[in-house]
Design a binder for this molecule. Structure first.
Ligand code: SIN
Length: 478
């Protein structure tokens, strides 16, 4: 008897791991680029997980803040589902071994971030929430007998037969190919931050999964909505930048310009905790006028609450306890992606997507702070539970064919594409720059350029400003 083909999950961030764990007892093969399963954006997430766990708070208030941040471009039913699920998600993570930060009475400590009307950010290891989640979920997945790991591989192509995705082709660092049969394929490959000149994402967030899904004919949604975090550490000449968590502003840190003037004064009722897009545009402007800094010298308990930021700053000769931190906006989170429902269905039989590569409408035009780990875990568990029993493709008679992402850009052209997207599709956009960038991009041959074109085209077509998509030539003011 032939062994049952596994569910293949591409990507081992929180979304991929939660999907894999919830799919038990169905056999799962986890495919990831790093040998140790590290390297995902999840591990870098600092703020935490938004969840209405306080008695004075509630999922309806969390949903309200999510919709306001998302400029009501969100799918409201999906938002309500996610915010209802948030306290249960935190409880599940605690049961998986995540040691959330608690006060002396054992109650969860709650941080505050931009756009939230209440302190509702659950965190672990101070600003190390993503790493703490990854450590706990990876340990569970390594113990789970239904999960097989395959590290050090890239996915090059999807296998297609009789109208279904039925497998994929991986390639290791030495160029050796391997074909894998699948009952289902899940893309959990993260976002596209690394296609931009400055990003808080790791190098692997390059859109490879999104490009593969599009090549298979899956629909894209909301590609123009890229979130720029207002405060990455400004390291000249570097692309991948350490994040300076927004939770610092929740703890009293304030932004200022080259003259020491407060950046957010009189700009928004929430001041330094205004929605991320508003702060990012202000910081972008200040960077063009001499620079932007975060004064966090009033923050106390650095080693407990912000050990990651402290270490990153000290590593670059900046002591945030005594001086201001130079900051820049950076591409942080893609609200757009492969169009799915909350259950990860792409509409292509056998192909699913979850986490940042997917767009289920929950984040609208601008994701609320600390809703991304929440979405990855909650939607991963939902998809995994469904896949545990979902029938795979019937034994096919038709001829199989490969759907490829296509050749990659050479290093020089990729660097030029990153600069192009940063300038044309960054926090401030206009039709002329977008059109010029599209023309430049069209002349480049490589899948990253096709993805860049799709983002630029979506940004050009949305002529008004909405959420993180800001057109300085907008016909309707934001
Ligand atoms: C942050 O810690 O500032 C980022 C958290 C998030 O992306 O939601």
């Amino acid at each position: 008897m032939r062994a049952e083909a596994p569910v293949l999950i591409v990507g081992a961030g929180v979304a991929g791991l939660a999907t894999a764990l919830a799919a038990a007892p169905r056999p799962v093969r986890l495919l990831c680029r790093a040998h140790d399963g590290c390297g995902s954006a999840s591990a870098l997430a600092q703020g935490g997980i938004a969840a209405a766990v306080d008695a004075a708070d509630g999922p309806a208030a969390h949903a309200h803040d999510t919709l306001v941040a998302g400029a009501h471009h969100n799918d409201e039913a999906a938002v309500r589902c996610l915010t209802d699920e948030a306290p249960r998600t935190v409880a599940w993570l605690a049961a998986q071994g995540v040691a959330f930060d608690r006060d002396a009475d054992g109650r969860l400590q709650l941080g505050r971030e931009g756009g939230h009307g209440a302190a509702r950010i659950v965190h672990a290891g101070g600003d190390g929430t993503g790493a703490a989640l990854m450590q706990a979920l990876r340990a569970q997945a390594q113990r789970a007998t239904h999960i097989q790991w395959r590290g050090g591989v890239d996915v090059d192509a999807l296998r297609w037969r009789d109208g279904h995705v039925v497998g994929l082709l991986t390639r290791d660092e030495r160029g050796r190919g391997e074909t894998h049969d699948a009952a289902h394929v899940v893309l959990a490959t993260g976002g596209i931050g690394s296609l931009f000149g400055r990003t808080s994402n790791p190098p692997g967030a390059d859109g490879a999964g999104l490009a593969l899904g599009l090549a298979a004919g899956a629909a894209a949604r909301d590609l123009e909505f890229m979130q720029f975090h207002p405060t990455a550490l400004d390291l000249p000449g570097r692309q991948n930048l350490p994040l300076i968590t927004e939770a610092l502003r929740g703890a009293g840190a304030r932004l200022h310009d080259v003259h020491g003037h407060p950046l957010m004064k009189d700009l928004h009722p929430l001041g330094d905790l205004a929605p991320r897009d508003v702060v990012a545009r202000r910081v972008w402007q200040a960077c063009r006028e001499g620079g932007a800094w975060l004064d966090a010298t009033a923050v106390t308990d650095w080693p407990q609450r912000f050990p990651g930021v402290l270490a990153a700053c000290l590593a670059h000769g900046i002591d945030p306890r005594t001086g201001s931190i130079p900051v820049t906006p950076a591409a942080h989170f893609h609200m757009g992606g492969l169009a799915t429902g909350l259950d990860g269905d792409t509409g292509i039989p056998g192909l699913h997507a979850v986490g940042e590569v997917a767009c289920n409408g929950v984040h609208g035009a601008n994701r609320l702070a600390s809703n991304s780990l929440l979405e990855g875990v909650a939607c991963g568990r939902r998809l995994g539970t469904r896949l545990a029993t979902l029938a795979g493709p019937l034994r096919g008679q038709g001829t199989a064919r490969w759907i490829e992402r296509g050749p990659a850009l050479d290093a020089g052209t990729l660097a030029a594409l990153r600069q192009l997207l940063w300038t044309a599709a960054g926090p401030r956009r206009d039709a002329t720059t977008l059109r010029d960038a599209l023309r430049t991009c069209a002349a480049w041959h490589g899948w990253q350029a096709r993805l860049g074109e799709a983002v630029l085209l979506a940004a050009l077509r949305r002529t008004d400003s909405l959420g993180a998509h800001w057109r300085r030539d907008a016909t309707v003011a934001a």
